[in-house]
Each structure stands twice: as C-alpha cells, then as structure tokens.
Ligand binder design. Sequence first.
Ligand SMILES: Cc1cc2nc3c(=O)[nH]c(=O)nc-3n(C[C@H](O)[C@H](O)[C@H](O)COP(=O)(O)OP(=O)(O)OC[C@H]3O[C@@H](n4cnc5c(N)ncnc54)[C@H](O)[C@@H]3O)c2cc1C
Ligand code: SF4
Ligand code: SF4
Length: 412
Amino acid sequence: MSIRILFDKCTGCTLCVKACPFAAIKMVDRPADAPGKSKKVAVIDLDTCTLCGACVPSCKFAAIELKKELGGKDADLSHYKGVWIFAEQREGKVQSVAYELLTEGKKLAGDLKAELSAVLCGDANIEDEVEHLFAYGADKVYLITHPELKHYHTAPYTRAVAEAITRHKPEIMLLGATTMGRDLAARLAIRVGAGLTADCTGLDIDPGKKTLLQTRPAFGGNIMATIQTVRHRPQMATVRPKVFKKVKSQNPKVKSNENVIKFTPVINPEDLLVKLLEIVEDESVKVNLADAEIIVSGGRGLQEAKNFKLIEELAAVLGGAVGASRATVDAGWISAHHQVGQTGKTVSPKLYIACGIAGKIQHLAGMQSSDTIVAINKDPDAPIFKVATYGIVGDLFEYVPLLTRKLKELRG
Ligand SMILES: Cc1cc2nc3c(=O)[nH]c(=O)nc-3n(C[C@H](O)[C@H](O)[C@H](O)COP(=O)(O)OP(=O)(O)OC[C@H]3O[C@@H](n4cnc5c(N)ncnc54)[C@H](O)[C@@H]3O)c2cc1C
Ligand code: SF4
Ligand code: SF4
C-alpha cells in the first residue's frame, strides 16, 4: 500500500492532522513548485504512518490518496523479506501451534535463506514467553504489548499486527487455523492487501520462483490443491494445530535487545468494539483431543450411541481421550467436540485406535500423522487399513472388550 497528499487539492485545512492516531501528519509551507493556493499543505511522515487509512475520510477535499498495491504483474515485491509466524497466546501462555509453526517456518526460512520471526501480542507480562519462541527457532521476536492485548480481541489485534506487517514487510506470514488465528488472518489479509490460504496441510518453497507452495484439501477433500500467491505480499496461510510437529531448535538464539523488537500500538477506544466481560471455559477444551497422546475413536460400526461405552472403557484403561467419526456426530451419538477429521479436530497422538471407522479421506485428513494407528474393522478392504500400522480384521464388539479386559489384567 502507499499514501500521498495531492498538493493540488490540499487546502491546508488541518483536519487530517487531528484524524491521524499516529501523529504522522504535519503542516508545512507549500513547496514553491507544488500546484495549489493555500500557504500550508499537509505532509505525511512515511516512517510513522501505518497506512491505517483513518485520515482519508477526514479530508473533505479528496486530497489524500491511499493506494492498495493490487499486485499487478509489474508489482515490486522485492522489499518483502523473511518468514513470520503469529505466536498465539492464551492466558499468557504461547500455544503449542506457535511452536509447530516455528518448526515449519524454520525450514521455509532456510530454503529462502531468510530470517524467521515470531509476532507476540499481550500485556506487559507476556515478555516472559519470549525465550520459548527463541528456543523453537525464532531469530527475532516482534513483541507488541498493550493492556488491551492481554486477551484476544479482533480489532485491536488486527490493528497491532497489521501495523507490524506494514512497517516491516514480511514475505510470508503463518497463523494457526484456530478460532483466534482464523479470525485474525482474514482481517489481516484484507487490511494489508494480502492473499490468504486457509487450513493448509502442507507448506513448501517453490525452488525456482521462491514462492510459498500452500497445499490444502479442496472439493470436499477429494483433491489436494497447491496454491501460490504470486503477486501479493505477504503470502499468508493458516495451518491447523498438529499438522506439523514442534521440535526445539538445535541452536537457540540468546534473547537480546537486538533481536526483540518491542512496540506499543496506538489503540483507540473506537477500536474496542467488543468488551470482554468474562471468560467461560469451552467444553471442547475438557475433551482435549488435540493434546492427547492416546486416542480411541469410534465410527458408525458401533451401530448406536450407547455402544460408545466400549470406546470410553478402552480409552479409560489406556489413559486416553475419546474420538469419533463425523458419521457418529451427525447421528447425534456423541458431541462434535470429539470429531476427528477435516471438519473436526486434527490430531497426532502416539497411538490412534480406530474402531468401526471406514477411513474416508476426510477422516484420514485429521489423524493420519499419528505415530501408530491401530484399526479394527470387519471389512478387509476398508481404506483405514491403508494408513494403519496394525490392523485387526474382525468384529469390534469382540475385539474392543477383549483389548480392554487384557489391558486391565496387565495393569493388575
Ligand atoms: C466436506 C466433508 C467433510 C467431512 N469431514 C469429516 C470429518 O471431519 N471427520 C469424519 O470422520 N468424516 C468426515 N466426513 C464424512 C466422511 O466422508 C465419512 O462419511 C465418515 O467419516 C464415515 O464415518 P464412519 O467411517 O464412522 O462410517 P462408515 O463409512 O459407515 O463406516 C463404518 C465402518 O465400520 C465398519 N464396521 C461396521 N460394523 C462393524 C463391526 N461390528 N466391527 C468392525 N467394523 C465394523 C464398516 O466395515 C465400515 O468400514 C466429511 C465429509 C464431507 C463431504
Ligand atoms: S484534510 Fe485534506 S485538505 Fe485538509 S490539510 Fe489534510 S490533506 Fe489537506
Ligand atoms: S494512514 Fe493512518 S497513520 Fe498514515 S497518515 Fe493517515 S491516519 Fe496517519
């Protein structure tokens, strides 16, 4: 985006000076060669301007021109550098998805020979989390603090992160495909005029063009599409939690003032369209599928709701969580918080036991990166066996209680 004052239209009325929340506009003597009549004209300090656009409607003379770079084929994208990830935090703790994005971001930054940065927003206490971001590979952290950023609010977060993007121009920006990340990414993409690919399952760098290859399921999961953002920057993508594994960096950078860029955004009362009254714990967090190391999942092979008891018993003896296919959720046998798959949760436990689940592509999309997959299905041709580490071709009503009984015996 770019902004400029059209001197021939500027009347020197000063309205824009009052409208700019960043004090980026001042009045100066009209340059001798500038067309127009007034003695004074407005000028914008481009180092301070965040391109927020607030001044544009304040000018009654249409003298402020804010242009979105529409990314025509001749657009100069060379000043966009580096890979950024949005470090989502809740209750002052950076969420696992941020470390997963850092791990993947490190590979992308390596391919581009570029720097990897994390953007962390919060109140003053969030600074304690910065060291963890370095431990997972960040070369730099943009630390944006303000009391209003303690909890996620769409408008102030958008303003703060958009300001950082506009000033520092990253080439790639990754966010978690979480409730927060999805909400923020869409707003940011519009605000900074970028492309956005949601819910990616794979990311890579095109070796020739050096663009981001963003792979995601399309047409109901029947094909995998690879999308490139050729003419807009940053290239923005959201990735679901657990799609990538988090790995601590071999060579963590030492936190120093040099690689922590701090700033406090200007947040006006009119940005606070929503007031946070109370935080109510989401029931799905109690199910905690995303973090479970063992998941036992049931499918339509269970025949009716009450048979989920078999799944719960096996999960309990293993200390695991209960998952489900969408067919069982749609049938009302179990709540949607348990659904695994493309439109449910993406999980990557150490052990995933699929009982009476066919293994359609939309279910596999949510669990196939599990370390060990055990499938129990009476149909030897069920697609779940293609991804299973161990398969039992047989009746779940026989094998699930048998497994539960044997495990109980083993554990005394
Ligand atoms: C856009 C879209 C998004 C979707 N998102 C998801 C998603 O997020 N998650 C998801 O799961 N699905 C999703 N689906 C639905 C998906 O396509 C399948 O319909 C669904 O996963 C089927 O669930 P199932 O395997 O439990 O049921 P079925 O396909 O009916 O399979 C039941 C299996 O149980 C076996 N079986 C039956 N009786 C027994 C027995 N006694 N012992 C052992 N095995 C037995 C059968 O052989 C069969 O393989 C989505 C579909 C679409 C179009
Ligand atoms: S509001 Fe418009 S006309 Fe008035 S000083 Fe600013 S740019 Fe000039
Ligand atoms: S775009 Fe925003 S920051 Fe820039 S001069 Fe206008 S009001 Fe100020």
